[in-house]
Ligand binder design. Sequence first.
Ligand code: HSE
Length: 444
Amino acid sequence: MKPIQVGLLGIGTVGSGVFNVLQRNQEEIRRRAGRGIEIAMVADLDAERARSIVGDKARVVGDAREVIANPEIDIVVELIGGYGIAKQLVLEAVAAGKHVVTANKALLAVHGTEIFKAAAEQGVVVAYEAAVAGGIPIIKALREGLAANQIQWVAGIINGTTNFILSEMRDKGLDFDVVLKEAQRLGYAEADPTFDIEGVDAAHKATIMSAIAFGIPVQFDKAYVEGITKLAATDIRYAEQLGYRIKLLGITKRMDKGVELRVHPSLVPAKRLIANVEGAMNAVVVHGDAVGTTLYYGKGAGSEPTASAVIADLVDITRLIEADPTHRVPPLAFQSHTLREAGQDLPVLPMAEVVTSYYLRIRVADEAGVLARITGILAGGGISIDAVLQREADEVGGEGSTQTDLIILTHDTREGDMDAVLAQIQGLPTVLAPITRIRKEELN
Ligand code: HSE
């Protein structure tokens, strides 16, 4: 069957990510969505740059309206940004009966009510997972995963640029301007970076989350917005001495008399997970009456993380167009006819094939040559040592003890190789107790 035809309006940082990820993962995406998804047309004012990204894989035009007018296009992806022409084009695409995917938080925070109404009248979807916290599926979590709850509050680090600036200023003592330039170079910042540093971008996102959390219209004009430009380095230091970090938070809370909606620098206890979210990373904490506190963490900006969310929306809409309505989301994520047979080309590996690193604790006789023999056996088995710690015998077995513990951290190795080596070490007469092995995961 012909793939779903997508028209991209704007192919900058996020657009090129969408194109590249769709190309790279096309087979996997087709198996999930039930039909291929293909960028057929791209509209960008810089047609030459657009062509250098898509080559001959998509038709490049200078006029976005050519994409909207093309009856072959099923879904329009708006990645122009801002409230101006983007609004006009989204409304025109909706009026033309196209589904729309957008990453445009400014547009939805200000004009969302009008846009969603138009979409409902036309029977099309306007999907926007990428508009809040980039690659983190927070819209899906709030709208679907937490549907049982009365949401009580949402608080998030939802602007990567400002979090990057605050982290770099604190860690490296760098100046605000230097760090801002670096954030722009890395593609985190908005076209107009005052939106980032003055808190406007975070307020757009908080406004959208507030609407979803509490069932109220988007009301950006009611948000309190304060950025980080007046924040002094001395306050970051004093806060730290008192056990706090300063983070730019977007907060929305359900109170007796109404809803709080605000963005401003906030002291957060250093021991909270969210206080340790560094660099351009985003995190959103949601408190629901049934579920309690939940935390969502990940990259909130950048080319492919944001593309990840845009493509998730493309998959959702494709499933909507394609799927049996009783199974819109396949129970195991991939369309059932594309599931692999158990063991076929992607088997679950036996434990002996698993690769991980290890912590080993070996109780040994405190004699010359014991450590050398053990490290020799590890080396002979091709296992590389990361760190070794030898405890004092007195500390381990008390005054006059002749036993001690050797603690060894290894680099990654196959479990099967480790089994063989540990069997040899365990057999040494100077090893006095069963060896303790704990697998180590860096998760980086
Ligand atoms: N400028 C935004 C940020 C990009 O820094 O988080 C993602 O919305």
